[in-house]
Write a protein that binds this ligand. Structure first.
Ligand code: FES
Length: 114
């Protein structure tokens, strides 16, 4: 069973220095492009649930649009407290489709969410 789930197309990925939100099941994933490196992480800020994919990139950090917490999109760690960490999802490209590949196979189908 393939563990590849399409999140979006390569052509829809955010350009360098931007982030975007993509729905996946009943979840939303934040995809950020930092200096040409595209990575995916949970979209919900650990502070008060701000939508990280609507944030801006400053340097190598994604800044939450609500109160400015900064995250490293490659690790999901908050800059001021590495113990505060959102889940990150390694991305894979298959035939122009982009998706996270290290998820539990069948999880979305069985539970409806991650
Ligand atoms: S909700 Fe993200 S910094 Fe407050």
């Amino acid at each position: 069973m393939s563990n590849f789930v399409k999140l979006t197309s390569q052509s829809e990925l955010p350009p360098e220095g931007e982030a975007r939100e993509f729905p996946l099941g009943d979840k939303v994933i934040c995809v950020a492009n930092v200096n040409g490196t595209v990575s995916a992480m949970d979209n919900v800020c650990l502070h008060r649930g701000g939508p990280l994919g609507q944030g801006v990139i400053e340097g190598d950090k994604l800044v939450c649009p609500w109160h400015g917490w900064q995250y490293d999109p490659r690790t999901g760690e908050a800059a001021h407290n590495p113990a505060a960490k959102v889940a990150v999802y390694p991305l894979k490209v298959e035939n122009g489709d982009v998706g996270p590949w290290q998820i539990v196979p069948g999880w979305i189908e069985e539970s409806g969410s991650w």
